[in-house]
Every structure is written in C-alpha cells, then in structure tokens.
Ligand binder design. Structure first.
Ligand code: FAD
Ligand code: SIN
Length: 534
C-alpha cells in the first residue's frame, strides 16, 4: 500500500527529540506516548503499513473474558516459555495488557464481537479462550489502522516511510541519532535525536522459509550489535507449525486459531498424529507441534503434512477466516473441502536486543520494544498471540521511560574477547551479496532450524563466519539488508551451538534434555564477546 505523508523530514541537520525506528504495533504505540514530550519522527523502511503487525492473523491475548484471570494468563505464558521467562516481565505483560487493550478500543479499534460482548478464540497452550480478533483473521491490520489513525491526529508525530535506517549514531558511548539511506541520492544521511527506540521487528528472512514479510531482516538487532549493544537469547527462534506449502509461493501463515476451532493435522497416510505426541494434541505448545510435524515428514518421507478443516462448518470457516480462505483459493485450495499442505516456517524471534523492564538497552540513549527486543517475556517459546500484546505494553512502557530519561541498572558484563567478532572481516571474499544471503538462509534452514545438533551447528558457524560482509560504500537497500542478514545469522548459530540443552524452541538431538536448574540462564552476545550465560 503506497501512502504519502504530509510532513517529511528532509534536512539532515534538523534534530528531533525522539526517533522511533519502525511503524508496527510497538513503534506506533510508543510514538503516541512519546508525543507527550516532544517531536517524534517515525521511520519505516518500506510503505508505512508493511510490517509483521499488518499481517498478524490469530489475534491478541489478554485476560478479559468472564472465565479468565491474569494469573491464568501468567501461568500459561510461563509454562510455554519452558522455564526461561523472566517472571517479572510476564507479570507486567499480563497485568498491563488489559488496560492497553481498552485504550486501543477507546482510540477506535474494532474487535470482533458476539452480540454486544467481545468474542474470544482459543490457541495452542492457552487454558482459556482469551484471543481477541478483528475482521476474523486480520487482527494486526485493524490494530495498525487504529494506531495510525490516532497518530495522524497528533501534530508532533512525523511519519517518514521508505527510509532505511542503516546505523545508530554513537558519541561518547551514547546513542544520539540515526544514519539512514537517502533513497533518492543513494547516499547516507543522519538525524540527531535525544533518544532512539528500536521497533524494527523480527528476523524471519534470515531463514529460507518464513511466514514474515520481506522487511523482517533483523535490521534492528544488527544495528544494535554493531553499535555495541548486548543481545540476548538469539538461539530461540519460533517456527510456526502451519505455513502453506505450495512450491514457489511464499509461506503464507495458516493461523493457529484454525486448530483452536477444530482443524486437525494429518500425515501423508492421513493419520491424525498429534495425540501421539502430546495430550493437548493440535493445541500443544508450538515447539512441540513443529517438531512433531518434522518427525512425521521424515517418517513418511514427505515434504509436508496436511491441515484438515473438512469436519468444520464450511460457512463458519469462510466467515471466520476470510483472508485465509481467499488466499488459499488463489492456489486452487478450498480449505473447506481440500486437505491443505503445510509445513513449519520461521516465524518469531524470542531473542533480540536485551532490555530491562522499561525497554532500556545496555547502550545509553537506546531503547527497544516489540519483536526486536528481548525482555525475557517469552522465555524459550512464545505463547501464541502474546507478541502483539508485548508490542503494545512494552511500546508504551519504553516511551514512558524515554520521557523520564530512565537509567537502567547495569546489564551482565560481556566477557571481553578480542577474537569474538563473529562476522567475517579477516579474509574478505568477493561474494555477490544476494548469493551470500541465499546461501546463509539455506544454511540456517538446514542446520539451525527445528531439530539441531552440534555437528550441523559447528558447520553452520564455520561457513557463516567465512562470508565477507558486502561493501556498503555505495549503499542500496539490498546490500544493507544483506549486511544485516549476514550479521545476524551467525549470532543465532553461535548462540545455538553454545546452549547445550533442549529447551522450548531450541531442540538439540545431541542434548535432548533440559538442564534442570532453579535459575535457568539466558544467553548473551555482543560485538566484543563470545556467547556467555547468566
Ligand atoms: P513489525 O510490526 O514487524 O514492524 C517493524 C517495522 O520496522 C516496520 O515498519 C519496518 O518497516 C520497520 N523497519 C525494519 N527495519 C527497518 C530499518 N532498517 N529502517 C527503518 N525501518 C525499519 N503475533 C500475535 O501476537 N498474534 C498474531 O495473530 C500474530 N500473527 C502473525 C502472523 C504473521 C504472518 C506474522 C509474520 C507474525 C504474526 N505475529 C502475531 C507476530 C507479530 O505480528 C509480530 O511479532 C509483531 O507484529 C511485531 O511488531 P513490531 O512492532 O515489533 O514489528
Ligand atoms: C497465528 O495466528 O497463528 C499467529 C499467532 C501468533 O503468532 O501469535
């Protein structure tokens, strides 16, 4: 969707109070809050609406139904996180979530209703029906519409699409602005700011197969890393179990809400297999379902399994999931009558730039919220529909902290290691950036995906370490994204190799058990440090 905004920043030297990198749920929620304290500039690298938020389907979780309680939402989130959630962060999420949703409704958000009451659906590992949704399966798009409409009523917010942030400006150890690519001249410019919020979303495109839109290249994580920020839990990547598998087509998401409302998984022999893997069958945690699918694919020597909606009322399916129905019809698949070929795809990053509960990172002047951040709220495996909620709650909290010039407590100290720089710089190879990116994505998909082991991870670390970063002296979006993907890919592989246990989305066939400990450890990595645990 192309959209021109009335006010554009053109001069490199006109500073603003706050820069927000990203116009998804976290960035827009933060911008609205930040506008209370000064001029806010929101940069997005593509059209304003091109973000994971825009494509979010299933919904947003909050304990708002009559039979629900925040303590149940807390409990379900902690169980899904497999012992690695920061409980205080989860408390913030589930306690502040409901009021943030009421605020959204006050700003004009329309959730689906049953009569006069909000309608709730069920998704995997939730003990209650607590997922609010909009237009059936277009929840994210309706949330973004409401946030953009609110932001457009605030004159101190400037929205600047098609502006690729390339790097953070750091002076005397403090982040004080952003370098960006001027699309027209292909030259680099900069904007000074009092504080910067990273709200750049996830990293799905570091993998060959992903549900994410093409903007999700891990840019914020790469920028934070280059500037010296601490990253945490990068090995924890969530694979959504059910992405449409049609050769040559993007891996379109088939919402977990389909299974919440009765869809079943069948292998190529048409056996329903999930009850063999987990008592909650199709509604087991995502990591369990994704692994079960991979095992069935291997067992039946197939490329996919089926999602079966044929026992559901066809009229209900069409009305409740109109976007999914229409998209599958484009591939001549009628989800009410046909078995739908699916397999897992990279979907969500639990790790990211480490933050405290106020969104502050280890670099003064830099905050992070939404998928780019690692608050510890999701632990080793995110509970379905908790990430839109995280964007709202922590977007608002980060903004409040930026307004108050919040100073965090010290973060874990990186273990200095001069040889730790894990992206290759020593022997640059004359590599075509696109070829290097294609190979890196394949390596991650084959060796650092759903079932991992030391041999494959070591090979991935070695090969990814051999890639030269592309020359960005005459930058283009393609080379800048390539640089970011080639920066982030080895971080995932290195942290996955370092974690010698299986926990949540990180499954190692050579270490199939969880390390039992009262205080499971988070992984950390930074520019000058090998992965370490604390
Ligand atoms: P995003 O919404 O991804 O926004 C990122 C923004 O950063 C974009 O505006 C982008 O242009 C900008 N950006 C990135 N890099 C740069 C750069 N270098 N310079 C300038 N701008 C940049 N979660 C749920 O809770 N419920 C769901 O139902 C759900 N469904 C999903 C369905 C799909 C298909 C996908 C992909 C994800 C889904 N998720 C869902 C996950 C959820 O949508 C995301 O985690 C969440 O929307 C992330 O929000 P965000 O604000 O952090 O980032
Ligand atoms: C989905 O609709 O299955 C996506 C929900 C999520 O990622 O939380």
């Amino acid at each position: 969707m192309a959209m021109m905004e009335p006010s554009m920043v053109t001069r490199k030297d006109s500073g603003v109070d706050f820069i927000v990198l990203g116009g998804g749920i976290a960035g827009m929620r933060a911008a609205i809050e930040l506008a209370k304290g000064g001029r806010v500039l929101v940069l997005t690298k593509d059209d304003l609406y091109e973000s994971s938020t825009e494509y979010a389907q299933g919904g947003i979780a909050a304990a708002l139904s009559e039979d629900d309680e925040v303590t149940l939402h807390l409990h379900d989130t902690l169980i899904a996180g497999d012992g690695l959630c920061r409980e205080e962060a989860v408390r913030v999420l589930v306690e502040e979530g409901p009021q943030q949703i009421h605020q959204l409704i006050d700003w004009g958000m329309h959730f689906d209703q049953n009569g006069t009451k909000l309608a709730f659906t069920r998704e995997g590992a939730h003990s209650r029906s607590r997922i609010l949704h909009a237009h059936g399966d277009s929840t994210g798009s309706e949330i973004l519409r409401a946030l953009m409409a609110k932001a457009r009523t605030i004159s101190s917010i400037q929205l600047q699409p098609h502006t690729f942030a390339t790097d953070l400006m750091v002076e005397n150890g403090r982040v004080c602005g952003v370098h960006y690519l001027d699309d027209k001249t292909s030259s680099s410019r900069y904007i000074p700011a009092g504080a910067v919020l990273l709200a750049t979303g996830g990293l799905g495109h570091v993998y060959k197969e992903t549900t994410n839109p093409s903007v999700a290249c891990g840019d914020g994580m790469a920028m934070g890393y280059r500037a010296g920020a601490l990253l945490s839990d990068m090995e924890f990547v969530q694979f959504h179990p059910t992405a449409l598998f049609v050769k040559g087509a993007p891996r379109f998401l088939l919402s977990e809400a389909l299974r919440g409302e009765g869809a079943q998984l069948r292998n190529l022999l048409l056996e329903r297999f999930m009850p063999r893997y987990h008592e909650a069958a199709e509604l087991a945690p995502r990591d369990v379902v994704a692994r079960a699918i991979i095992m069935e694919i291997q067992r039946t020597r197939a490329e996919f399994v089926y999602l079966d909606l044929t026992a559901m009322d066809p009229e209900h399916v069409k009305k409740r999931f109109p976007r999914i129905f229409a998209t599958c019809m484009k591939y001549n698949i009628d989800i009410t009558a046909d078995l739908v070929p699916i397999r897992p795809a990279a979907h969500y990053s639990m790790g990211g730039v480490a933050t405290d509960l106020q969104g502050a990172t280890s670099l003064p002047g830099l905050f992070a919220a939404g998928e780019v951040a690692s608050t510890g709220v999701h632990g080793a495996n995110r509970l379905a529909s908790n990430s839109l909620l995280e964007g709202l709650v922590f977007g608002a909290r980060s903004a409040t902290a930026m307004l108050k010039k919040h100073v965090p407590l010290p973060f874990p100290s990186p273990k200095p290691n001069p040889r730790a720089e894990c992206t290759a710089t020593a022997t640059p190879q004359p590599t075509d950036p696109q070829k290097a990116v294609d190979e890196a994505r394949s390596i991650l998909w084959q060796k650092v995906a759903i079932i991992r082991d030391g041999k494959n991870l070591s090979e991935a670390v070695k090969r990814l370490g051999e890639f030269a970063l592309p020359d960005t002296s005459t930058p283009s979006r393609q080379t800048l994204e390539a640089r970011n993907i080639l920066t982030v890919a080895p971080l995932i592989a290195r942290c996955a190799l370092a974690r010698e246990e299986s926990r949540g989305a990180h499954y190692r066939s050579d270490f199939p058990l969880k390390k039992e400990s009262k205080h499971p450890q988070h992984s950390y990595i930074s520019k000058n440090s090998l992965p370490f645990f604390e």
